[in-house]
Structures are given as structure tokens and as C-alpha cells.
Design a protein around this ligand. Structure first.
Ligand code: BTN
Length: 226
């Protein structure tokens, strides 16, 4: 483990730990967390994804949990993070798309996942980006940056930190516009709570807008399937 200052971030790095996300939770529980701490590992033995899924975390990819102090939960953060990750990939010459709310895809295959969790007055933004390896996953296809660029974990982390700072602090109208530009499935039919709806986009509060014939539904958290 090492702790260094990287730009405005305090970075705590490991060769391998169970989960950077769990480590971030522990820091907060022990009152050792500070604003803009990032926990990074080269590999994880118990990486966690959304919906209690595993996040297979072999050596060679980016596994990072960013800790930020917050006054209150904000559903718009999820979109800012997705745009930051997508913009990071653009910097390396790639053409990302975003699948609601914050999966980033290349050529329709998942390359990055985001897990946002709250603890006390902090939010933990866990980000995994496939750089050198991509696991085989039952639910979706995966890809890795190595198929497109020879960027290292350090290169990607350094750009990602700058993009996170930019998009977390950007006006949400800009975040929304950028998210909508890159989003897959806008105006396509999706499944929501077992019914088919048209995905219209996100509104100014960060709610997903779905249309069932003439009725509009706003949702913040439920899973949609595409
Ligand atoms: C998803 O299911 O798409 C979200 C995956 C999030 C994985 C990252 S890797 C860094 C951090 N540590 C974890 O255990 N999970 C997140």
C-alpha cells in the first residue's frame, strides 16, 4: 500500500485488495476519509458490481474508488461520472456510447462500469475500466482498451481524474446534453417493470423519462432492460 498526493487527490494504492470500494467504506467508517481520496488497486479479489454482481478484477485494468464529501445525495452525479469516463476514452481515440445510467460501451460491448454508494456524508464512486483484460460475462459482451490503444493504467487514471473534476462540477445542462449525445437507446423501446416503454431521455433533475403511449413516467433507480 502507498499513499501519495496526485493533483488535488490523495491516492492510496495497492497491488491487490478485496475491493477498493470496501476499502473506501472502511476509511469512512474509521473516520479516516477525506475529500478527494482515491483508492486504487491493480487487482481485486472480491470486486463488486451493481445489483450485487461480481466485478472480475484481474491485473491490468483500472479499479478505483473516489471519495467525495457531499451535502446530500444527487442522482445527477451518476450521469456526470458516465460522461467523465466516456470523455476519458475519447481522449484515447475511442468512440464510446453510454447505456443508462452509467455503463460505457465501445462497439456495443461494455468496457467500464460505475458503482455509486453513499456512506455518512460521503459518496464513493467506484469505477472499473477494462484496459488489458475483459472477463467473459453471461449478461453482456465485454471489450477492453487494449483492442484500440496501448494506454497504461496510470495514463487512464490521470485523464479520468481530470475528467471527473470537470464533469462533477459542470452545469447539469451540459452534462445532460453530453450524456444524451452519447446515450444508446434514446427513442428506442425498453422494458421497465415488465412493460414496454419508449426511452425519451433524462430530465433536468436526472430522472429517466419513459413514455408509455401517452403517459410519461420518471424513474431514478429501477433497472430497465434494453
Ligand atoms: C457495474 O456493475 O457495472 C459496476 C462495476 C464497478 C466496479 C468498480 S472496480 C472499483 C470499485 N471496486 C469495486 O469492488 N467495485 C468498483
Amino acid at each position: 500500500m502507498g499513499g501519495i498526493k496526485l493533483g488535488a487527490y490523495k491516492m492510496i494504492s495497492f497491488d491487490k485488495i478485496p475491493s477498493t470500494q470496501d476499502y473506501a467504506h472502511d476509511l469512512i467508517a474509521q473516520k479516516k476519509a477525506s475529500e478527494k481520496t482515491v483508492v486504487v488497486a491493480l487487482a481485486q479479489s472480491a470486486g463488486r458490481g451493481r445489483y450485487k454482481r461480481n466485478w472480475v478484477s484481474h491485473h491490468g485494468n483500472l479499479y478505483a474508488s473516489f471519495i467525495y464529501r457531499i451535502a446530500e445525495r444527487d442522482p445527477r452525479l451518476s450521469y456526470a461520472v458516465a460522461v467523465a469516463v466516456a470523455e476519458t476514452l475519447i481522449q484515447f481515440g475511442m468512440k464510446p456510447q453510454i447505456k443508462w445510467p452509467n455503463d460505457v460501451l465501445i462497439d456495443g460491448k461494455k468496457i467500464s462500469g460505475v458503482l455509486i454508494e453513499y456512506a455518512q456524508n460521503f459518496v464513493i464512486v467506484g469505477i472499473g475500466i477494462n484496459i488489458k483484460t475483459c472477463p467473459t460475462v453471461k449478461e453482456y459482451q465485454t471489450t477492453k482498451m487494449e483492442n484500440y490503444t496501448d494506454a497504461s493504467v496510470e495514463d487512464v487514471l490521470s485523464v479520468l481524474m481530470k475528467k471527473l473534476d470537470k464533469w462533477r462540477n459542470a452545469n447539469f445542462a451540459l452534462v445532460r446534453e453530453r450524456w444524451m449525445d452519447m446515450a444508446v437507446c434514446i427513442n428506442k423501446m425498453v422494458k421497465y417493470q415488465g412493460k414496454t416503454a419508449e426511452l425519451i431521455g433524462i430530465n433536468e433533475d436526472g430522472a429517466l423519462v419513459l413514455r408509455f403511449d401517452t403517459r410519461y413516467v420518471l424513474t431514478y433507480g429501477d433497472e430497465i432492460s434494453i
